[in-house]
Design a protein around this ligand. Structure first.
Ligand SMILES: [Zn+2]
Length: 229
């Protein structure tokens, strides 16, 4: 009788252990996929970082949320980059925060540059002001980084071509995601949610497409001047 119970217990323990190992394996594969499986082909690696996510909405106006605009542009931008044979990864591809924590999420974003041996880090955000006048995009670059400044300057050249209001001076940005990035890094405020004209453009897929094309053109010119000369 005792032996029978012991064998039964042994069987149950083995089955439980099997399920536990399977579960751990699944969690491991999922977490690795989240960070690594996004890359395509090509030799250059770029991380596109759509700012905010989930409960961290970023700036907003009448039900229009920065986090959604950032993600929309990021998705278009990664497609354009991939079309140009550039490997891309996104810090998030859904309306979410890493481990549902603003803090953990913010800390994780720039660390991916090291893990993925990234060449450039492009963070996308939306600006806001207390009056409706200011409009257009603005680029901030990683402080004390000449390469980041050059990247910002090169992208700006193309952003001006699609809209004169985008001609705002490039500025060093003391942002965590930029400072902690292991590579040249810029943060692009793509427009002002407080401006009615910008709001129209930020919700217009054709304009986002133009933005993505301009950013891609700037990135390609930067890569050519920095890696091929
Ligand atoms: Zn933001």
């Amino acid at each position: 009788m005792y032996i029978l119970i012991d064998q039964k217990r042994k069987k149950i323990i083995i089955i439980l252990l099997f399920f536990l190992i399977a579960l751990l394996l699944l969690i491991f594969i999922k977490s690795t996929n989240n960070e690594l499986a996004v890359y395509g082909t090509g030799s250059f690696r770029i991380i596109v970082d759509p700012g905010h996510g989930s409960i961290d909405t970023g700036t907003h106006f009448n039900g229009l949320y920065e986090k959604d605009i950032n993600l929309k542009l990021a998705r278009i931008l990664t497609v354009k980059l991939k079309e140009n044979n550039i490997r891309t990864a996104m810090t998030r591809n859904e309306d979410q925060l890493y481990k549902d924590s603003r803090n953990k999420d913010l800390k994780r974003r720039p660390t991916l540059t090291g893990k993925l041996k990234t060449d450039l880090f492009i963070s996308l955000h939306v600006n806001q002001y207390h009056t409706s006048q200011p409009s257009g995009s603005q680029i901030f670059y990683k402080t004390n980084s000449d390469k980041s400044k050059l990247l910002a300057k090169t992208i700006l050249k193309y952003l001006i071509k699609i809209r004169p209001e985008n001609d705002r001076e490039i500025t060093p940005g003391n942002y965590y995601v930029l400072n902690q990035a292991d590579c040249p890094a810029v943060l692009i405020e793509i427009g002002f949610i407080s401006s009615p004209i910008d709001r129209q453009l930020l919700t217009d897929n054709k304009y986002l497409e133009k933005m993505a094309n301009a950013i891609t053109a700037g990135i390609i010119e930067y890569l050519k001047t920095n890696f091929y000369n």
